[in-house]
Ligand binder design. Structure first.
Ligand SMILES: Cc1ncc(COP(=O)(O)O)c(C=O)c1O
Length: 413
């Protein structure tokens, strides 16, 4: 996909707009599969939360991916996209027993991450197999909000609670078919994976009927030039060897599962937004775009750095800009960034906009969420329409004459 294609998309579908390149998603899927070719049974379950457009889910399904879901609505989206229930795993955190039962009724695989629900679910449904999410107490992840495997994290069942967990399994006579962990996102160091994997192998020995071990995700992708990424190929080699050894020791060929989100879709995504105003102050040149953290919250939420290019003037002289949004509170995408000279009306392109961008978009400031376009085999395909004013108000209830406007102006006496 060329910059000129992106400019054409912005012209045809308007801006701001998200664009996803199917070729990049496919090549990332193949790269991960190839890295783990050393294991007999590999299952990649795409993490829906990263980018949940149904066309993207269908693309994943066509590649042979399964689906990792964290809400009953994500399960429903997956089924709507054509996934078999058995290809979907439900990995929620802190949801009600009823929501888990609803997912089980739909036939998807269940992953439980706390002892209370495990006991209740096991007592009521001893015949439904469950996977158990372990918290290995490993500090990993690019930001405290996305480090979820440490001792103070709300996720998973602590490895220190394994005896309690085993008591529940024995008492309820439930069937544990999988063991899972997810320690965080943006993990640089493959030794973190390997270390946490040893904890998972040790835990797995407590269960006789496992079908799979799920190592979660957290692979880091490069966000800017010179950024380090997780060395997938090296991880693939080392973890596959260790996994195969474990299977021999365990006495059965297990499935090695991952649930990648960012790795599959981050680099495939581009966010395009127009510059409304170039504002020179005494200290800074601001480029104010026709968008805000309501559309792309990662810089404000995680301090994430997205590369920004001026695709309307790619060869222009570079100058320093702070790129900001229109939300009426601090809304900064980038501070003092070198970007080729920006004029009002130019289209800026934010890279790595595939994961956790559209799915975190909101209507804050009563703005519409953007359109989404898939670039597939040289063609642009609209996969979500831009919202309209009707979308904004469609769930609001008209309370008719509950409040009436004042008849005359109220003036201070
Ligand atoms: C349980 C679980 N699995 C998988 C993922 C995907 O992680 P990533 O996008 O880093 O691949 C997440 C992300 O938060 C998660 O919570």
């Amino acid at each position: 996909m060329q910059q000129t294609d992106l400019l054409k998309i912005a012209k045809t579908y308007g801006d701001p707009v998200y664009v996803y390149d199917s070729e990049k998603i496919i090549s990332q899927f193949q790269r991960l599969t190839k890295a783990f070719k050393g294991v007999k049974k590999l299952q990649l379950n795409y993490a829906t939360k990263a980018l949940s457009n149904i066309t993207i889910l269908k693309l994943m399904n066509s590649l042979g991916s399964g689906l990792d879901t964290v809400s009953i609505q994500e399960v429903q989206l997956g089924l709507m996209a054509g996934f078999k229930p058995s290809s979907i795993i439900f990995t929620p955190n802190g949801v009600s027993l009823e929501e888990i039962e609803e997912a089980a009724k739909l036939g998807v695989r269940i992953n439980i991450d706390n002892l209370s629900i495990l006991e209740q679910f096991g007592s009521k449904h001893p015949n439904i197999p469950v996977c158990i999410r372990i918290n290995p107490h490993v500090m990993a992840g690019g930001n405290s909000n996305i480090s979820v495997g440490h001792i103070d994290s709300k996720f998973g069942i602590s490895i220190h609670q394994i005896p309690h967990l085993l008591r529940i399994v024995k008492l309820t006579n439930m069937n544990v078919n999988g063991i899972h962990m997810h320690t965080g996102s943006d993990i640089l160091d493959i030794d973190v994976f390997l270390y946490a994997s040893e904890i998972l192998f040790e835990t797995a020995k407590n269960f006789e009927n496992l079908d799979f071990i799920d190592f979660g995700s957290g692979f880091k992708v490069p966000y800017k030039e010179g950024d380090i990424e997780t060395n997938i190929e090296e991880l693939g080699k080392k973890l596959s060897t260790r996994f195969n050894d474990f299977c021999k020791e365990y006495g059965r060929e297990l499935t090695l599962a991952f649930e990648p989100g960012k790795f599959l879709v981050s680099e495939a995504g581009f966010f395009l937004a127009k510059v409304n105003v170039v504002k020179q102050t005494t200290s800074t040149v601001f480029a104010s775009i026709d968008s805000g953290f309501n559309h792309l919250i990662r810089p404000m939420l995680y301090g994430a750095s997205h590369t920004i290019e001026n695709i309307s003037n790619p060869k222009g002289r570079e100058r320093y800009y702070s790129v900001v949004g229109y939300i009426c509170e601090t809304d900064t995408f980038a501070s003092n960034r070198r970007i080729s000279e920006i004029s009002e009306g130019d289209i800026l392109c934010f890279k790595n906009a595939g994961a956790y961008c559209f799915t975190m978009a909101s209507n804050y400031n009563s703005r519409f969420r953007p359109a989404e376009v898939l670039w597939h085999e040289g063609k642009a395909i609209l996969i979500r329409e831009r919202e309209t004013f009707e979308d904004l108000i469609k769930n609001q209830v008209d309370t008719k004459d509950l409040f009436l406007p004042v008849k005359e102006n109220v003036t201070a006496k």
